[in-house]
Ligand binder design. Structure first.
Ligand code: GDP
Length: 298
């Protein structure tokens, strides 16, 4: 991932090597190059603008320091600004004061919600929790089955409507799952919800209904990083339709450009909390802005 952006930035920095000090013209030229690199990486325009403005301002104000040459100084500034745009610090899950903590997953169909439920289940279990995965995606015929399979792989319990009872009401299932978790001493409930291929009023209304029924402590917006700029419009639609407290980027393994990763925090104001990098349950980690920034800078 990020190959093109890394290569591009590398070339920009290479052009600065050997310079004794940076003139305003050097800074402008460098900023222009970085701007092109970000646009090519499919980063959203408002994010590019904010990023470039900070870089320019800081590069102009930078003290000529004995320890760093101009190229190193620019790399340091770009690194710090990348970390800032990616959210600064890692944001951890907020646990409820009273169990169970409720985590709701929302996002388009195919974004990786059901897979993520399994990954989160496995991860939570590793952290010493006893998670319960809830199948409130009753839109896709196979979704309940798929959730049971990933729960089995993760070695965690699942709450699903009884087979043979017709489609059932996802809001009811979600609400019942909280009661069930209390009775069965599960301390974290992960609610998988239905998505559609595109943004859809009925889907948003259902997700909002589930949200009202379960009162989540965290609502995670799950987004496929490979959709690039569309991640921003989708995020805005979910922010307005359901609201969310954190973002999970999936399919980062296939995201050669990095635009979604760099845009979504800035545009939504909500932190990227987890990253998915493959189909296996272990292809998953807490999101670390500083690690991602050093990956981009290579
Ligand atoms: P849902 O419709 O949102 O529940 O999405 P699914 O969990 O069913 O995922 C859709 C497809 O994406 C499945 O084939 C998953 O195996 C795949 N998938 C999910 N997460 C990742 C990931 O991080 N990387 C890759 N390469 N594939 C993923």
């Amino acid at each position: 991932m990020f190959e093109t952006l890394s290569d591009r930035l590398d070339k920009v920095f290479a052009g600065l090597r050997g310079k004794g000090r940076l003139t305003d013209a050097d800074i402008d030229a460098t900023a222009r190059e970085i701007r092109i690199a970000l646009l090519e990486a499919d980063v959203a325009l408002p994010v590019v603008r904010a990023f470039i403005n900070s870089i320019k301002e800081r590069a102009r104000g930078a003290e000529v320091s004995g320890a760093l040459n101009p190229a190193q100084q620019v790399i340091k500034i770009v690194n710090e600004e990348l970390i800032a745009i990616l959210g600064g610090e890692t944001r951890r899950i907020r646990l409820a004061k009273q169990s169970p903590t409720v985590i709701m997953l929302a996002g388009l169909q195919g974004s990786g919600k059901t897979t993520l439920a399994g990954k989160l289940g496995r991860w939570l279990k590793e952290q010493g929790h006893t998670p319960l995965l809830v199948a409130a995606d009753l839109q896709r015929p196979n979704a309940v089955n798929q959730l049971s399979i990933v729960a089995g792989q993760a070695g965690v319990d699942v709450f699903a409507p009884e087979p043979g009872n017709g489609i059932g009401d996802p809001i009811r299932v979600a609400a019942d799952s909280i009661e069930h978790a209390r009775r069965t001493m599960h301390d974290v409930v992960v609610v998988d919800t239905a998505g559609r291929l595109g943004i859809d009023a009925e889907m948003m209304a259902q997700a909002a209904g589930i949200r009202d029924a379960v009162q989540p402590d965290e609502t995670l917006f799950v987004v496929d990083a490979m959709i690039g700029q569309d991640a921003v419009t989708t995020a805005e639609a979910f922010r307005d339709g359901v609201g969310f407290s954190g973002v999970v980027l999936t399919k980062l393994d296939g995201d050669a450009r990095g635009g979604a990763a760099l845009s979504v925090r800035y545009v939504t104001g909500q932190p990227i909390m987890f990253a998915s990098t493959g189909e296996k349950l272990t292809d998953f980690d807490v999101f670390h802005p500083e690690r991602m920034a050093s990956r981009i800078l290579g």
